[in-house]
Design a protein around this ligand. Structure first.
Ligand SMILES: NC(=O)c1ccc[n+]([C@@H]2O[C@H](COP(=O)([O-])OP(=O)(O)OC[C@H]3O[C@@H](n4cnc5c(N)ncnc54)[C@H](O)[C@@H]3O)[C@@H](O)[C@H]2O)c1
Length: 435
């Protein structure tokens, strides 16, 4: 145990990804390649970032694993569920994110990662038609099957701990319904009553993970763990939950750029964001009900950074629009355009254009690694419930809206929260100094 009582990261850490598509296979392949010394985990905070700790003469800059006990990459064992039966090697190859030269050296390990049957309901992702799907009569059956999967995986791979990461397709939008999602008892009753309208398959994964002792991370914008019933469960089993939606390309830029306008008191009249992408994620999001989930998540970013109530002259009624267009030729190489209409002194208008030619999964992979390692750390530190310090990695960070908590979307404020949590878990004092 370290000086602030965090348990050591002993034994194997099982990382179970829900979905073995572009993001998961890029993440897994990158970790395996890094382990062999054949690639660098660029973009990962846990592998690269340094944090100032200590005061006066004791002040120093340390990497995360010098401050807190993080699981080693060598100790990670991967497993997955997917609707399609392709193993991680086939799926990484099909995704066309990584070149052959970056996959082949770890082929033997990837081939062994064969997805378990998915807990799936086509009504939640109409564009998918894989057959590697569990035959479950009710949502409660799904939970039981998933629990067995986690138990078997843990036993077979001799894992001391497991983390479950949702990197599967975005489900259709499930608005929070107080009657079903408001309490754990109501949620369990709805699962048992097979209420398919209110219980998304992702909720079954989260419920199974948490009741099997595994922290759960939601990398898509699904409302899965962003409901009071799941917060209650996480508190009950004393495990961390994190979500939602990896903050990768356009929203990363937005949450880093919007503060420029805010701190210089420049006005905003409109922000139009559009994208083209052609991977399977784009295909699923081409369905309006699935896009709705993403839209809600992407739109939330500006609201807490440029707040009309705080600056009515500058931010009242700005027009914020987000579009995603499925365009197969681009595959995973998403292109995003932002047109920002701002105004300055005496209301004179100006425009800013941002054109980001990114790679979706290349940006998401390091977030997967960080979210997994930091959720595992949080669990060993005895932290449970919503992990707000992980907001840094998420587009639509979870917060207890029933207590009128506001989300923190400003990238730099999120960074302070992240660093302070690491400092505290390392037994150092939190502070607000910028460096
Ligand atoms: N890449 C990014 O920049 C980024 C950013 C934010 C969020 N995301 C989200 O991450 C998720 C994964 O993205 P991707 O590009 O890897 O997509 P993908 O389509 O390549 O992979 C998703 C996989 O999930 C599987 N799946 C769907 N429902 C499932 C279920 N119920 N159980 C098990 N497997 C299931 C699909 O069969 C598919 O293989 C998406 O929800 C996406 O919106 C990605």
């Amino acid at each position: 145990m370290n000086k602030s009582g965090v348990k050591p990261a002993e034994g194997k850490l099982g990382v179970l990804t829900v979905g073995l598509g572009a993001v998961s296979t890029t993440f897994i392949t990158g970790v395996l390649m890094t382990r062999k010394g054949l690639a660098k985990p660029v973009g990962s905070m846990t592998q690269y970032d340094i944090i100032r700790v200590g005061e006066g003469e004791d002040e120093k800059y340390l990497k995360y694993n010098q401050i807190v006990p993080l699981a080693k990459l060598d100790d990670i064992v991967f497993g997955a569920w997917d609707v399609y039966p392709a193993n991680a090697y086939e799926s990484a190859t099909n995704a066309e994110v990584l070149k052959e030269k970056d996959i082949e050296p770890v082929k033997d390990e990837l081939v062994k990662i064969v997805p378990m049957k998915a807990a799936f309901d086509k009504n939640y992702a109409k564009r998918l038609d894989g057959n590697n799907v569990k035959d479950c009569k009710t949502r409660w059956d799904m939970v039981q099957e998933l629990k067995k999967d986690i138990q078997n995986f843990k036993k077979t791979n001799n894992c001391a701990r497991v983390v479950v990461l949702w990197a599967a397709s975005t489900e259709v939008y499930v608005p929070v319904d107080e009657k079903v999602h408001g309490t754990l008892a109501a949620l369990e009753a709805a699962m048992k009553a097979d209420d398919r309208e209110h219980i998304a398959p992702s909720m079954c994964y989260a419920y199974a993970a948490l009741t099997e002792g595994a922290p759960f991370i939601m990398g898509a914008p699904n409302t899965t763990v962003d409901i009071p019933a799941m917060w209650e469960l996480a508190e009950k089993v004393k495990l961390p939950i994190a979500g939602k939606d990896f903050k990768t390309g356009q929203t990363l830029v937005k949450s880093g750029f919007a503060p420029i306008l805010g701190v210089r008191c420049l006005g905003l009249s409109g922000w139009f964001s559009t994208n083209i992408l052609g991977n399977r994620d784009g295909l699923v999001l081409d369905e309006p009900a699935n896009f709705r989930t993403k839209e809600v998540s992407k739109l939330s970013t500006l609201e807490s950074i440029l707040v009309p109530e705080k600056q009515p002259d500058l931010y009242t009624d700005y027009y914020h629009k987000v579009r995603i267009n499925y365009y197969p030729p681009r595959n995973d190489n998403k292109e995003g355009w932002d047109n920002i209409d701002i105004f300055g002194w005496m209301g004179y208008p100006m425009q800013i254009k941002i054109n980001f030619l990114c790679r979706d999964s290349i940006l998401a992979a390091p977030l997967c690694l960080d979210l997994v390692l930091l959720s595992d750390l949080a669990a060993r530190a005895g932290r449970y419930g919503i992990q707000r310090f992980l907001s840094f990695f998420l587009k639509s960070p979870m917060h207890d809206y029933t207590k009128k908590e506001v989300p923190v979307n400003n990238l730099f404020e999120q960074y302070v929260m992240l660093k302070n949590a690491i400092r505290e878990m390392g037994g150092y004092k939190a502070d607000q100094r910028i460096d």
